[in-house]
Design a protein around this ligand. Sequence first.
Ligand SMILES: [Zn+2]
Length: 293
Amino acid sequence: MKLTDDIKFESPADAGLSNRSIGAEAPAAAFGKTASADFAAGYKCEWEYLMPITFRLDDITPHMDFAKFERFRGLLQNRGIRPLIGVVPDCRDKTLDIDGDGPSFWDYVKELEQDGFTVAMHGFRHVYTTRDGGVFPLNRDSEFAGVPLEKQRQMIGEGKKILEEHGIKTDLFFAPSHTFDKDTLKVLREYGFTKISDGFGKAPFLYEGMKFYPISYSRKRDEDCDGLTTFVVHTNTLSDEGFSYYEDLMKRRECVSYSAFESMEPERMHGYFFRQYVPAALKHAAVQIKSKF
Ligand SMILES: [Zn+2]
C-alpha cells in the first residue's frame, strides 16, 4: 500500500490502513491535489445496533491489479459475500494502470456478474476536469460536477453504451471522488439509472429522484456503532495490513452481499442541504486543514 502525501482522497472508508482510520484513492488523472483525512476523530456514536456491512470494490479497469482483486475476492468468497463493483467504462486514468497483462477484461466482468457481483458504472473515464464539488462537495475535483449538461449527457450516454456493448446492464452509478451535480442526476435518470452508491446515513434515501445507498465515511465509527453501510475498498492499493484488517472484520461482523443492501426500501431525505451537503463540505474543509499540518 502506498499512502503517500499526494494521495487523492476519494474513498473515506477505504483501508490502506497506514493513514489513521480512513483511506484514499490514487490520484486521478487531471489534478493531483493532496489530501489526507481522519473523519473519525470526535465522532459520537448515535446508534446501538451492529448492523451488517457490505462491500464496494472501486476502480475495476482493464489494467487494475488483478492479483490483489482476486485476493480480496477470495476473502469474500470464503464468507459467501458478493460485493458491488465499480467498472470504469473507458478508463483514461493512468494511475489505475497497474497490471498490463490481465485477463480479457469484459469477459472477466461478465464472469463476476454471473458469480453474483452487482455491477455499477463508475464514472466514464475517471479523469477530473473541474474543481467543482457539486451537490456533495466531499472533494473539489470532478469528472462531472460543473461540466455542461450536454457534455455530461454525452459522457454518461457513451459510458452506458460501452457497458451495454459488452453485455453489462446496470442502473447503479457512482462518481469518481463522490462529485456530481444536479445535471449529473438528471442525465443519469434520462439514461435509466435509478441508484447511486454514495452519501451519508445509515439507510438508503431518496434525493432528486434517485435512490442513494450510503457508504461509510469513517471506518472506526461504522465498525463500532453503525454498520448498515458500504465499506469502500480500493484493492489496487490495499496493503497486507489492509487485507488482514478486512479478513478480521469479516470474522467479527456480519457482512452481507450488496444485493441485500439494494433490496432495502429508501427513506425520504428531508433536509438534504443540512444532512448531506453541509457535512460533506465540512469534511472537505477538515481534510484541507489537516493536510496543512
Ligand atoms: Zn474511482
